[in-house]
Design a protein around this ligand. Structure first.
Ligand code: PTJ
Length: 243
């Protein structure tokens, strides 16, 4: 982003926007992803573009849930890989969980571009969707999963999810942790834990939370988490006139 000075008041937002545009140019992010990003930007603006206490609590609960899972998996799409590829690779290392490509807008070419982008950012292995294993309760492209990945997982980290698959995963008895700036979305309401924050800010905090838990083997007791109450706090923040 050579033409925008770092002193620009919207520099950080423009930098993130630039990462998504690069994602589209590299064939990683879909054009629809730009629209999804714009929606996220609007919610982030309303939330004051900062991480609130309800998000910190959700990140803490997510670190506990994921570290205690027997087979956690990180599901990635074209938006998150464009925004936080290096953090996803680090999360995969810290959690000991595989990265799996799972996209909504079907494209074999884009699946390969996403895999390539993650390998470029340090990933050793990236699981790919297959026709050998499918999810129940879902008709979109997202039903095709890897037999050793999402299909087998007991807990899945799925930032920027779409509501359909989140519901399907929950109906299959899997725990779902999502990151979504919209506390009213179907995904937010269906997930086991929703982190209402920008994935760009939330992911480094989640990694830090897992690193802090590592000496305890993830077994340290976390506070009880009420997802609906946390979503209500996020919605209240958005509606509050002085936020
Ligand atoms: O790569 P694909 O084909 O899997 O497509 C990915 C997108 C994100 C385009 C697809 O999953 C989609 O259409 O998602 P939705 O249903 O538009 O939902 C995206 C949600 O993520 C919305 O609620 C946005 O507010 C939210 N969001 C967008 N950007 C961010 C975000 N949440 C957190 N951090 C962001 N940076």
């Amino acid at each position: 982003m050579t033409d925008v000075p770092t002193s620009h008041p919207r520099y950080e937002s423009l930098r993130i926007r630039d990462a998504i545009v690069t994602g589209v140019k590299r064939g990683v992010t879909s054009e629809h992803g730009l629209i999804a990003h714009g929606r996220g930007e609007a919610y982030d603006y309303l939330l004051g573009e900062r991480t609130h206490p309800f998000a910190v609590a959700a990140i803490d609960a997510a670190a506990h849930l994921l570290s205690q899972a027997s087979h956690p998996v990180i599901s990635v799409n074209g938006n998150v890989v464009a925004l936080v590829a290096a953090d996803l690779v680090r999360l995969s290392e810290v959690l000991g969980a595989p990265l799996e490509v799972n996209i909504f807008h079907a494209s074999k070419q884009r699946e390969q571009a996403i895999r390539g982008y993650l390998l470029e950012h340090g990933a050793d292995e990236v699981l790919m969707p297959s026709t050998d294993a499918t999810l129940d309760f879902i008709d979109s492209n997202r039903k095709f999963v890897h037999p050793q990945g999402i299909h087998k997982a007991d807990a899945i980290f799925v930032p920027l999810e779409d509501g359909d698959r989140c519901q399907a995963l929950r109906r299959m008895g899997k725990a779902v942790v999502t990151v979504d700036l919209n506390p009213m979305s179907r995904t937010s309401r269906t997930a086991s834990i929703t982190i209402v924050d920008n994935v760009v800010r939330a992911l480094p905090l989640l990694i830090q939370g897992l690193e802090n838990l590592a000496p305890y083997g993830g077994a340290k007791q976390g506070a009880a988490f009420d997802n609906i109450a946390h979503l209500a706090a996020a919605e209240q923040e958005i509606r509050s006139p002085d936020s």
